[in-house]
Design a protein around this ligand. Sequence first.
Ligand SMILES: *Cc1c(COP(=O)(O)O)cnc(C)c1O
Length: 395
Amino acid sequence: MSILRKHLFDLPEGVIYLDGNSLGPLPKSVPARVAQAVTGQWGAHLIKGWNIDGWMAQPSQVGDRVGRLIGAAPGSVVMGDTLSIKVYQALSAALQMRPDRRVILSDSGNFPTDLYMAEGLIRHLGGTHRLHTVSPEAVMANITNEVAAVMLTQVDYRTGRLHDMAAITKAAHAAGAVMIWDLAHSAGALPVDLAGSGAEFAVGCSYKYLNGGPGAPAFIYVRPDIADRIDPALAGWLGHAAPFAFDLDYRPAPGVERMRVGTPPVLQMTALDAALDVWEGVDMAALREASIALSDRFIAEVEARCPDLVLASPRDAQQRGSQVSFHFAHGYAAMQALIAHGVIGDFRAPDIMRFGFTPLYIDAGDVTRAAEILARIIGERLWDNPAYHARQAVT
Ligand SMILES: *Cc1c(COP(=O)(O)O)cnc(C)c1O
């Protein structure tokens, strides 16, 4: 049975959207729910909305819905803030768990903000720790008993290369290290067995494959058996055991709730909650199968038509997330031209044209059409136009 459910998305006519890995499109369920939250809740109920409309419980309730998609038990995921903040929280908690160790191991395929947050945390800890960033292939060999935390993004944002979550987590634990997974390009992209992996922490965002909209809240998972022992670095009042007691001293809430910080973004959370309706009944194994079929088809179509483009992603689908990238020297201009011709992907420096495959709203016909249009842009050098060379702020 097909898992295609294009009718649930509000996609502009004539556009083939291969950038749902960066910003998911608008599910049709969202506008009315957000409008109702604005006028029917905020407008009508004013501050009473916190109680009447359940705003305060949203971060956990929505967290449970995300949890189902990443293999996390109910009560182990909470929403809030941005992914950068969640990385900081997970990493600071992980370092506290290994006070005798000084090394954070990550890889060069990680997204820069994850590495920057680690560097910032290290500076503020007084420079006692060290970030060791190795190539993705060298991660396993560098998990030594000096490593406090292994912090990796499962799917490389540029190439789509996929880390073996179970194997790396096992190696981290064998060396006595704490494991942190960033699932930014995994949640909603492929099946994830977070609880089964045994990882202590996972984080991710909800505006990519989960379609929560620009600025949608991030998520954090803490393995339930350790959650009550974490002393949060960002000890906000809504992670307090009794926020409305207004105690002068911080006492953490039970479990993952302590990873909440401040007032939740109710309107964004409502948009995300409505967006998650499209995932009801989706079999993640079937999603993966469809994603691989679309990605393999795109690789074959592009390689047959565009000899100048060089595959930057693993050819083996089992080693890949739900995106495909190609190197092309004029990648920026080619992507601008492609967008102007109705196929939206994106560009990542220095020369990567990146395409995300999202089987809920992309089908084989879209993939073939996208490859045909790309072939015209490359074959006829349509990208070689000054209009497509001017760099915009967001690529
Ligand atoms: C998209 C992404 C981010 C973005 O972080 P924000 O704080 O939400 O801007 C961080 N890390 C990874 C791995 C990402 O893919």
